[in-house]
Design a protein around this ligand. Structure first.
Ligand code: HPA
Length: 282
């Protein structure tokens, strides 16, 4: 008999992973943060105390990072009074993971009782009227043209309903908190719509022209599968992009991973200050 991919097997793995994280010493987590390319420094900083480091390869059934510059570890720590989970390194579809595997951290967080996530990434800037490299952009929505979905297959009701609403996952209240936290720091945050492209190739100039026409402001190869899984689980999310480069065709300059990492490194202090202020205010 043919069956669809077994979401119950998936749930069993997610149960095992969340149990392993609890056993490592997790105490009532308030929220979780996924740190995108080049944005991992905050988890290592002194703002996070009482740290427990769990390399992904030591968590049973957890995927491992194959992206060289990502740390590939979970950091459990305290920020002020809050216990926070930091995923320092994420899983991308282009690495060969199934889309549901790329969203694993979100499902695990749901099983750990977490209802709020901050999901961050490096992205290319499409909307040149408002954005330039170095900008931090709060996501208001997304566009995904790739047909796959992290919740394709038999529905696992421990996570959510078969059909679910996508209109409230980018939570207005958390976004307002992020704006006021930025204001306290003397920073201005932009807002925009994120277009998901599967990668790993960067986009063509024609693809970027299309994405601009259909309303995208930034483009990247992550985040959206996680956001969909978060919506399935009924979570609230703050999405933050760091614009690391102009998208393909804007300047005609060659697109490189080096440029992405150089720009995110330059933004790291501002990004860390923002994350810190938001976590403390939430
Ligand atoms: N395209 C896709 N992903 C990215 C980009 C980009 O221009 N910059 C950083 N991640």
């Amino acid at each position: 008999m043919l069956t669809t991919p077994n979401m119950q097997m998936f749930k069993a793995s997610a149960d095992a992973i969340s149990a392993a994280i609890r056993d490592a010493g997790l105490d009532k987590p308030a929220l979780a943060v996924i740190l995108g390319s080049g944005l991992g420094a905050y988890a290592a900083s002194d703002c996070v105390t009482d740290k427990i480091h769990l390399p992904y390869r030591e968590i049973p059934n957890f995927p491992t990072s194959t992206v060289s510059y990502q740390k590939g570890e979970l950091v459990i720590g305290r920020v002020g009074e809050k216990t926070v989970l930091f995923f320092n390194g994420r899983f991308h579809y282009y690495e060969g993971w199934e889309m549901w595997q790329t969203a694993y951290p979100v499902n695990v967080c749901h099983l750990l009782g977490i209802g709020t996530m901050i999901i961050t990434n490096a992205a290319g800037g499409i909307n040149t009227d408002t954005l330039e490299p170095g900008d931090l952009v709060l996501l208001t929505d997304h566009i995904k043209l790739c047909a796959d979905s992290p919740v394709r297959g038999r529905n696992e009701s421990a996570f959510g309903e078969r059909f679910f609403d996508m209109q409230a996952v980018y939570d207005d209240g958390i976004r307002a908190t992020a704006h006021s936290s930025a204001g306290d720091l003397g920073m201005t945050l932009k807002e925009g719509v994120y277009a998901y492209m599967a990668g790993p190739q960067f986009e063509t100039p024609a693809e970027i022209r299309m994405l601009r026409l259909i309303g995208a402001d930034v483009v990247g190869m992550s985040t959206v599968p996680e956001i969909i899984a978060a919506a399935h689980c009924g979570m609230k999310v703050l999405g933050i992009s760091c614009v690391t480069n102009f998208a393909a065709g804007v300047t005609g300059a060659p697109m490189t991973e080096e440029e992405v990492l150089d720009t995110s490194a330059k933004a790291t202090n501002r990004f860390s200050a923002l994350i810190d202020a938001v976590i403390r205010r939430l």
